[in-house]
Design a protein around this ligand. Sequence first.
Ligand code: IVH
Length: 737
Amino acid sequence: MSPAQASKRIAELRSEVAAHDERYYRRAAPEISDFEYDVLKAELADLEKRWPQFAAADSPTQRVGDDRVQGFREVEHRQKMLSLDNTYNEAELRGFHARLVRLLDTEDLRYTVEPKIDGLAVSLTYEQGRFVRAVTRGRGDRGDDITANVLTIHSLPKSLRGPAPRVVEIRGEIYLTVAEFDRINAERAAAGEELYANPRNVAAGTIKLLDPAEVARRKLDIVLYGLGYCEPEVASSQTDLHERLEAWGLPVVEKLWAVRGIDAAWAAIGELDERRRTFAYGTDGAVVKLDAFEQQRNAGATDKAPRWAIAYKYKPDTARTRLKAITIQVGKTGILSPVAELEPVFLSLSTISRATLHNEEEIRRKDIRIGDLVEIERAGEVIPAVLRSFSEERPPGAEPFDLVKAVGGSCPVCHGRIARVEVAAEGGEGVAWKCQNYDCAAQRVGRLVFFCSRRALAIDGVGDIVSAKLVELDLVRDPPDLYDVPLATLATLNLGTAEEPRIFGEKNATKIVAAREVARTLPLERWVYALSVPEVGETTARELGRRHRNFAALADSPLLHAVLKRAELEDEKDRESPNSKKNPPKDDAERERRKSRRTAIDAEIAQLTEGILAGVPSEVGPAVAGSVLDFFASEPGRRLLAKLAVLGIDPAGTVLAAGVFTGKTFVLTGTLPALKREEAEAKILAAGGKVSGSVSKKTSYVLAGAEAGSKLEKAQALGVAVIDEAEFVSLLGTEKK
Ligand code: IVH
């Protein structure tokens, strides 16, 4: 690998891992299994180690995933909440031990081995024995205050039994029992709603609901295993702490092994693996911790994880079964994806008869053929996947799979034309086949489901089944047609068959009608996202929604035209460079002409960048700009806008005012006297400024309140302006004029 290749791969992996972090921690909707995620992250860590010149402090390997979302008050942890290093192999586990032996200069190390609960991390504060606060891990140093939601957890005592310290932070995991998960899913199935993929995502999604009454309906649980800040000290070891937690009446891990040496720890990991499937919570690994707190302190920690603990993760469960057939599904963007139809097999709590095969290339690479005995994996989180096939047991005459042949050369749903397209795939670019017909029924269904999904317009109740029915009956062509379906029609939808009817019902229909009315009032950013504009994900939609007044302004956006213009200029500058090797100037006269053109281009680029494009982030690049403008100029795009106009739906953008904060970056630290942190942040954003988590020379202001920490020191060291709330408000005042 050349340095250039390494640097490129590192950049790719960083952005991929960051995107998965966002999906896992913030949205509770991961797309890949933990195992696949760990593989990506391990590759990144390995490359960063081998190419230290490309290491970066803001790499996802160097920080903990951030779970903070809007709508919660933020609280600083008294003691940082760290993550854990993890491994899937015994050799690395032994490496962990060897390092500690060196570091602590003793062979005599005692460990505890306990379940690694697959939930979400939480820190509880008890003062004088009374529960006062629950906070998510957040960014490690500060997290979201979820006290109101945690109060709904019945198994959590609100006061500690017996003598308690003045202040203690107790760390643990919030989870959903498998039984409760099944109950919720059964309820959703009955209402024709999409099923949740796994308990962890539901727990993580639930704890971030803004309505505690809603949280109470889903019975969350909690288990405690760790200590943060504690005054005065109450325990001298992990085993000691475990006993103390239990004595206080708190729910603790189901079993804890206290062992001496790494061989015994390894044996305990094996025993835990035998037992873990009987636990109430999902257990995806074992956490090995140095038992003695004094040794823990001596071993220390990095910014991200302690050196005294490691998580050994069990490989996801797999099973073998026969691949009966490969069917082709068409998604909302028209991409054709192969699906494995399997001989049903029981795996990780449920029977599986379908699994993803990812794409045609993957099938070819793994040489998977119909009739093969295959190994499937269910990582607990996502759709089961086919890992490999056993070609030794292949039935005679099995041919390699040919996707185009399998679908007879056209879309299996609408029989329209298909074309080969480049798609973003794991680890780089891939190719796929795509149905070219925007009006394909499969695409319509996919877009309607997406339109109604939680993060889009949150019209609950319109999942796969209802959407497919509405499209089949031709009641919905484009998602906004949902508004034209009368309540009575919705109520009488038959989701079953003629022989076995399953009528959707008045109650469910009424919910949809109410939800679609609420959706009318949602801001432009949600609507842009909901309409499945190609290339527009959630972040991009947010940026667009904050920079345009409404759909009309977006459809012919001067800002997007400027993005394209700037990209064109940059292209021209590259192509016509006076020093171009590819396209060298013919003579001196041309070189001179190019030089003066370059000066003019630079000026034009600067004018755009500092003018109309000031503060526009890299997410809104030429690919997005071109795609958005093309889409709204296309027949389907114009049709959508016309429908919205007829429906009287004109969502408003939350346009950023330009002002003294445009181009200014703020860092907030400490507690402000009157403003909540998110209020201050909102004011900064509304005035065109940016908020960052760390102080650098580029920081314009550090807004500091009481108990400001290291950020204040850093600002002073770098000579960055530090302001208090009063000064901040007065700056805002000048902004308003
Ligand atoms: S101890 C200083 N013990 O796993 C870090 N963590 O992947 C101490 N987790 O952030 C963590 N079960 O949220 C510890 N028995 C256990 C755990 C556990 C689950 C979580 C925890 C941590 C994450 C790291």
